[in-house]
Each structure stands twice: as structure tokens, then as C-alpha cells.
Ligand binder design. Structure first.
Ligand code: HEM
Length: 498
């Protein structure tokens, strides 16, 4: 009997330890984080916070965030919040080491992106360090300096005249690359499109397509991977360390080109009209009438090259995949391209901007791709003051994540949101904030038109002349910058001439 009692006590003891450990491990430390960030706001503000959970001390909710993005369902992170706290469209969380608010409705996204007085840039530490720190980059300069620099960077890639200038050499780069592809057994489409877009960007920046080695795209890929490092630890083996190493190489190469251009411009007795971005930056003056700081110029060039080639290459890869997964849509896009060629006079060589503007159905397919492919995952801001929205507070200093993917995948805005349906854009004018792949407000992407033009030119020559077959059509996709694990390995063959 006594031994039975001892056994029973032991069972109870083990049970108590297990339950205690469970309570400690699951609940208590989470309460610490909640307390650390939330309770110290004071009772009034605390009770006005949106619903959500602050996760674990130090790491916040990064584990469930990464788990979602490593699964096949990247939306599970947001869906989980909706499931637990309802459709409030605004949630509190803790990500990338910061207390944060996620906004998911068109109205809130628009508000955060357009009200510059209340929300400033708020990207994670990893991105700031990799793109040049808090002061010496587009992210760190004052509002007025940002406005001036932005104007300067945008002028060569916006407007009818500037865009028309780029078409000729984009065509050359695309056509010669496509010809190379058919001589190899298979290509990684994403990698090859990065090279094409990189050449285009170096041409716009430096005036020459091959002035910067193509191998830089590998360093850029490493830099890109580190931008949203959950653990920005500069120790070998960590993604962030690899990204910092890549940054060093890229900075050295860009600096060498800058030095070379400075010498050339100094030796040039006749001042030319400068149109390359590098020359515009070398000649620009800051608010005090001083030439721009060298480090700022290097960081601007580095960021511009990155922003200009990685994103467009991803989007063009998904466009190609979606089109080939939907033969009837592919056929309609192809017919539109044939019509454009048929309409033109026999003396015309190459595409014009007007012809590109006539690619209406392709343009809808591009918008649909931008909606679906979810690049970038979110746009980051920081509240400069306490802001009240929909009855909730966004506390001063907290990060705000504009979760554009949640807006783009909302079934109330886009029916059957997971389907690729270019026709949903027929006569559809998205309401403000409901289509924001390029952001909104004063920091909207200045390269939106250029990237669309690059995609149109690529699809034009690709669909008219080549056949595409994926080697692993079921290749899994990795997030948060969605890409097929095999970088879209494909065999490209030439279509017989009609
Ligand atoms: C599919 C292609 C692209 C996508 C999805 C994309 C997306 C975006 C988004 C969402 C922003 C706003 C970020 C924010 O508000 O914090 C942005 C900004 C920016 N993008 Fe793009 N972009 C693309 C192509 C390009 C290209 C081709 C260029 C250059 C030629 C470019 C250059 C920039 C620059 C310089 C900024 C910073 C603007 C500023 O801070 O004022 N992007 N991009």
C-alpha cells in the first residue's frame, strides 16, 4: 500500500513538473515580453493597443514568422493572427527585434505610406546596415534631401523621352541573352533574368552595359538574402555575415568605378550633357551647396542597382511561370504580340514605347503577377508620434509593417485571390491602397514604369521566338522573396520561323 502511495506521489510530482515547465515555457516568458513592451506604455495606451501577441523575449514572433515563410503557406502567419484575434486589420507583434504593428487594410496601408509626418522609414537593422547605415543612404537623409535625391535618381528612368532612350539597348541585351540560352542544355531563368536586368541597370547608371562585371550579381544575391536577417549577427556562418562580406566587395567595385569616372570627368575639357546616374550624382549638390559625400554616392549606387535588378528579375520569372501554367492566357498574350508586329511598317526595327503601351493584355498579366508574387513582403515604417487609427494606438517609436501581401490576397478585394486572372483587371480601377506592389506616397518606387517596360520587352521577344519548358515544374518555392528552389531551371528552344 505504502509503495503504491509513493508511486502515486511520484506520478503527481512528474505531472506537476511537466505542467509547471509547460506553464513556464509557454506562458510566463511571453508575459515578460508583453509586460516589457506593452505595460510600460501606461494603462491608457496599453489598453488601446490592437490585438496580437508580443511573442518571446528577444526573439518576439520571428520563429512563427520564419516557420510560415519556410512552409508552403506564407500567408499562415497573418491568417493565424486573423484566426486568433478576428478581422481587425491591425495587429501588434514583435519582429526583427522591435515592437511592431502590422496593418493589412487598403485604408490603413495608404495612411501609413502617405502620411510622412507620422511615419518615417523603419526598415530592420540588417537592411539599414547593408544599404549604408542610418545617415548615408536614401533611408537616412533628411526629408528635403530625400526629395532632391529622389528627383535626381528618377529623372533618367521616368517620362516618355527617358524611357524611349532605354528601349533600344534593353532589346539588344534581351535578344543577345536569349540567343545564348539556346546553346546550353538548360538555364536558371531567375539567375539569367537577374543578369539581364543587371546589365540594364549598369547601363543606366554608368552608360555601359558591361562596365561592371556580371559576377557581381552573385554578390548582390548574397546581399539581398541578408536584408531581412532575423539575426543580424556578423559571425561566419550567418546569412548577415555573408551579406556584409558581399557588401564589401560591391562597395570596392563601385568605388573603383566612381574614382575612374571622377578622373575622366576632370580630364574632359568640354563639359558634356550628363545623363548617366553616376554623373548626375557626381555633379549634384546637397542642401548646403556642397558636392555629395562620397560614401552617400556609393550607397545610393549600391541601393539603386539592387532595387533595380533583383525585384524585376523575380517578377519576370513569375510572369513567365504563370503564363506557361495557363496556356489560354499565354496564347492571348502571344496573339497580342503578333498583332503589334503585324501592324508595324516593314522598315521599323524594334519596339517603340507606343507599342509597349499598346500591350494592354500583357500589362494586366504583369499587374496580376505583381499582385500574386508578393514582392516585397512588407514595407517598413516607424511611427514618429502616437497615432490613433480605427480606435487603436500605434505608439511612437514602434515599427509599422505595411503588409501588402495581405491586401493583395484579400478575397473581399480580389475574388479567388490565389488564381492568376489577368482579366480581373478589365475595367478595374483599384481603390486607393488596394494595389501597392510599388508602395505609395512620396517613396513610391521610381522604377515601376521601367521594370514594366523591361518585362514587356522580355516577354515580347521570348514568346515570339522561343519555347520554354521547366525542368522541375513542381520545384518548391522559398519565401519571403518568393523564388523556386531551382531558380526556375528550364530548357529553352527556338520556335521554327513561321
Ligand atoms: C518589380 C520590380 C520592383 C518592385 C516590386 C519594386 C518595389 C518597390 C517598393 C515597394 C518600393 C517602396 C519602398 C518603401 O516605400 O519603403 C520601392 C522603392 C524604390 N525602388 Fe523599386 N521596385 C521595383 C523595381 C525597381 C527598379 C527597376 C528600380 C530602379 C530602376 C527601383 C528603384 C527603387 C528605389 C530607388 C526606391 C526607393 C525610393 C525612395 O525611397 O524614394 N525599383 N520599390
Amino acid at each position: 500500500m505504502a509503495s503504491k502511495n509513493v508511486e502515486l506521489e511520484l506520478v503527481w510530482l512528474i505531472l506537476a513538473v511537466v505542467v509547471g515547465a509547460y506553464v513556464f515555457l509557454s506562458g510566463f516568458p511571453k508575459k515578460i515580453n508583453e509586460w516589457y513592451y506593452v505595460v510600460r506604455l501606461g494603462k491608457k495606451k496599453h489598453s488601446s493597443l490592437p490585438p496580437g501577441d508580443m511573442g518571446w523575449p528577444f526573439i518576439g514572433n520571428i520563429v512563427s514568422f520564419l516557420r510560415a515563410f519556410r512552409s508552403h503557406d506564407p500567408d499562415s502567419f497573418i491568417n493565424n493572427l486573423v484566426h486568433r484575434y478576428g478581422h481587425t486589420e491591425i495587429y501588434k507583434t514583435s519582429l526583427f527585434g522591435n515592437p511592431s504593428i502590422i496593418v493589412c487594410s487598403p485604408e490603413l496601408c495608404r495612411k501609413v505610406l502617405t502620411e510622412d509626418e507620422l511615419f518615417e522609414y523603419g526598415y530592420p537593422l540588417s537592411l539599414n546596415k547593408l544599404l549604408g547605415g542610418e545617415r548615408k543612404s536614401l533611408h537616412g537623409v533628411s526629408k528635403s534631401e530625400h526629395r532632391n535625391l529622389r528627383k535626381l535618381l528618377s529623372s533618367p528612368i521616368n517620362g516618355h523621352e527617358s524611357l524611349s532612350i532605354h528601349i533600344g539597348y534593353i532589346e539588344e541585351i534581351v535578344v543577345s541573352s536569349l540567343e545564348e540560352w539556346i546553346h546550353t542544355n538548360s538555364i536558371e531563368l531567375l539567375t539569367e533574368l537577374k543578369k539581364i536586368n543587371f546589365k540594364v541597370m549598369t547601363r543606366i547608371l554608368m552608360g555601359s552595359a558591361d562596365s561592371i562585371s556580371e559576377s557581381m550579381t552573385n554578390h548582390y544575391a548574397r546581399l539581398f538574402q541578408g536584408l531581412l536577417s532575423p539575426l543580424p549577427i556578423n559571425v561566419p556562418g550567418f546569412t548577415f555575415h555573408r551579406a556584409l562580406q558581399a557588401r564589401k566587395v560591391l562597395v570596392n567595385v563601385i568605388q573603383a568605378h566612381l574614382d575612374e569616372r571622377r578622373c575622366k570627368n576632370n580630364d574632359d575639357p568640354v563639359p558634356n550633357i550628363k545623363t548617366d546616374v553616376i554623373d548626375l550624382l557626381l555633379e549634384a549638390k546637397d542642401e548646403d551647396g556642397e558636392k555629395l559625400d562620397n560614401e552617400l554616392i556609393v550607397n545610393l549606387l549600391l541601393g539603386f542597382l539592387l532595387a533595380g535588378h533583383e525585384t524585376t528579375a523575380h517578377a519576370a520569372t513569375w510572369l513567365t511561370i504563370y503564363l506557361h501554367d495557363h496556356p489560354e492566357i499565354l496564347q492571348r498574350v502571344r496573339e497580342e504580340q503578333v498583332e503589334i508586329v503585324t501592324r508595324r511598317s516593314s522598315s521599323q526595327k524594334g519596339l517603340t514605347l507606343n507599342e509597349i503601351r499598346q500591350m494592354e493584355y500583357l500589362s494586366k498579366a504583369i499587374d496580376e503577377t505583381m499582385r500574386l508574387c508578393g514582392m516585397p513582403l512588407a514595407i517598413f515604417r516607424k511611427a514618429t508620434d502616437d497615432v490613433y487609427v480605427n480606435g487603436y494606438i500605434i505608439p511612437k517609436g514602434w515599427k509599422v509593417l505595411v503588409w501588402n501581401r495581405a491586401v493583395h490576397m484579400n478575397p473581399e478585394i480580389y475574388s479567388n485571390p490565389k488564381d492568376f486572372l489577368p482579366s480581373r483587371w478589365d475595367d478595374h480601377k483599384p481603390k486607393a491602397g488596394s494595389f501597392i506592389p510599388f508602395g505609395a506616397g512620396s517613396r513610391t518606387c521610381p522604377g515601376a514604369d521601367l521594370s514594366k517596360i523591361e518585362m514587356c520587352i522580355f516577354i515580347h521577344y521570348f514568346l515570339l521566338n522561343y519555347r520554354f519548358e521547366r525542368v522541375n515544374p513542381k520545384s518548391p518555392v522559398v519565401f519571403p522573396s518568393p523564388s523556386p528552389v531551382d531558380n526556375c531551371l528550364a530548357r529553352i528552344t527556338k520556335l521554327p520561323t513561321p
